[in-house]
Structure formats: structure tokens, C-alpha cells
Design a protein around this ligand. Sequence first.
Ligand SMILES: Cc1ncc(COP(=O)(O)O)c(C=O)c1O
Length: 417
Amino acid sequence: MRACGYLRQNGKIERKMNTRRAFFINTLTSASALAAAKASNIESRIGKKDWRGITREDLPTPCMILDADLFEKNLNHMAATCKQSGLNFRGHVKIHKSVDIAKRQAALGAIGVTVATEAEAELMSGAGVKGVLLTRQPAGKEKTMRMVALAKRDPTFITILDDQWMADQLDEAAAAAKTKVNVVVDIFAGLQRAGIEPGPKALALAQRISGKKNLNFKGLMAYSGIASHTKGWEARKAQSMKDIGGMLETADLCKKAGLPVEIRSGGSTGTYNIDGGHLTELQAGSYMFMDTGYIKIGSKAGNAIYDDFAQSLTILTTIIVRQHGGVATIDAGLKAMLKPTDTVKGRPDVVVENQGAEYGILKWKAGDRDYKLGDKVELYTTHLDMTTNVYDRYYLAKGDQIIDAYPVMGRAGAAQR
Ligand SMILES: Cc1ncc(COP(=O)(O)O)c(C=O)c1O
């Protein structure tokens, strides 16, 4: 206040201050003010899909960036390969949890989506996505009733189950709701988490289901999670054939018993070029983004890097502290799902460390392409499903320019259950 009074009395200083004020005003109205205005404005512009002049620099970090060209290439390559090998495609939603992405897959010929939870099934179906396959049996009254209600609303919905009791429960609930539920029998494929023993036991379950008035037996599923990340294509193929062998044998038993098996579902990003001729449909998910684990499984051509699909997803972060040589702090830590196995795009020499809930650390050889305060750094993530689950949206980018955003659905709380 006193300074203002003083300024009013002293023309010389006032003139000087005016010049400085003008400088600040000019500067603000140019670079930083524009950036600040953009940042505060970004939420309203997302709703309007108004991306003019919005670049990576304008985004609040940490956030997810999807390289639009690489992403599209991945989607197209998977769709083309499935078509070529006679596989239907029913991609897994757990990786992306995005209706926009499911619809893009459908436009390329996907017959539906695979989901892990009841909430994902409801959200996808509710958004108009047809052919939802739930791959975790809806055990317990609450889940059973919800999935019967979903089947009534959406006759294209399918659930798996691996248990006689579950079949009885589902049939009873469907009868009470005066509807029919499509069912696929889940066969053990190496992971103890689920799946009935293949062979006569699985056949008996399939027969019981097909004998139920309110269940519609559609076929079998066998998901080999071990094969998906087996290193080396030949070893992966051997593992996959071993793990789905029981399902193929059960399919033969069903046919011999006069039970048509319309669906043989399973497979993953790692086995997309192995499963043709064995499965009728593929459940792959990670292929669209790829993570730092998946790219190390090796390609059919013998490359150590699994280069069939590109790493299209990155986490954009900002350098927020630069106090020590060869060390920088970024604004992504445990809450952003940062892992020491994450890597830095374009800088394989940089080591990533976690330093608490809100901080990550980057380390490199001091003096070698040193980062500056405020620099943007993009990370490749280690565990896709966990990472995508903590962000609101994907920002699609072409070069530096943001061209679209896809919301991530049902990430937390009630929406996730
Ligand atoms: C049931 C099921 N099917 C398919 C997949 C394949 O997914 P991805 O291609 O990401 O390995 C998964 C992954 O966890 C799964 O749980």
C-alpha cells in the first residue's frame, strides 16, 4: 500500500514501474499467460473436443498419452492378422476400459469384447457394445442377479462358468427373471485361478448346462496366461498348445456327444499368431499399447524384442526438482503406478526409481543430455491394466498436437465393482 502511495508521488519511479508492469503484462499475455489460460480451460475444451493449439506442453501431468498413429497401426495389424488366420476378435477390456476403443475395434471387425468384471460388462453393454463375454464367473447372489438382469437387457451377453452349482444358480435366477443366459464353460489352462478340469468332468458340465431351460450352451474357453508371456515364439507356441490342449480335447468330446461347440475362446497378445486354427476367437488386450514386460517376449522372426506391436502408450510427466547432478524428480510416483521397471521414451540410459506416493526419480550419467527443470519426460509403463486404471483419460497425440481424448470408465469405487 505504501509503495503505491509513493509511486503516486514520484513520477520518475512510477514511469519506471509502468515500464516493468507493461513488461509483465506483455509477457503474461504472450507465452505463460496463454499456457495458464489453456490449462484452466482444458477441461471445458475437452468436452467440446476443441483441440486447436493444445500440445503435450499444455496438459496437466502426469497423464496418459496415446500416440495416435502407433495405436492405429496396432489395431489394424491385429484385425488383419485375425482375419487372415480365421480368428474372430473379442478383445479384452481390462487393459483399456474405454468405450471409444471398443468401438474402434468393432469398426475393424471385432465381434464383441471380453471383460473381467460385472461392472465392466454392464458399462460396456450399457454403452451399446454388443457381444460382451464375462470371463470371471458371477458367483454369489448379487453378481448372479446382476448378470441375469444384464442378459435380459442384452441377449448378446455371454458369461463363463466352471462349476455345476454355478450352473444351477444361474439357471434358477434366469428362470425367475424369465430370460435365458448364454454360457461358455471355462476349462483349466494352467492358471489355478479358474477353470474346470478338462475331459469327462468338463463334458458333464457342458451337458448339464445344455440341459437347462434357461441357459444357452455356447462353447468353451481356455485362457493360458502362462503362454502369453513365455519368452521365445517356439516356446510360447509349445506352452499355448499344452495349456489349451484340454479345451480342444473337451471340444471333441462335446461334438462326439452331439453338443455343438460354437465358441472356443482364449488367447492373448503373445499368442495372436499361434492360436489360428485352434481357437475360434481371440481375447488379446495389451497389443494396442504394449508395456515394458510384453515387448521382451520375443518375436516369431527371432527378435528378442516383440516388435509385432508398437509401444503406443506413455505417461507424460514433468521434471519438478533438479538439485543433484544426474538426478531429477518427476511428478509421478506410486499413485501414478510408477515402477522401477518403467523406461523412458527415447532415453534407454535413464534409470527410473520410485520415491513415494507423488515422486519419481530419474538417474542418468551427469552431463550427458541433462534434463532441465520443467522438461517433459514420457515413460513406458510396466503393468498396463494397473496404470490405465488410475487415469481419467487417454490424450491422443499426433506428434506434439493433441487430437482427441478417450475417457477411462469405471476406474474406482462403485463403478469398479
Ligand atoms: C481372461 C483373459 N483373456 C485374455 C487376456 C489377454 O490379455 P493380453 O493380450 O493383455 O495378454 C487376459 C489377460 O490378463 C485375460 O485375463
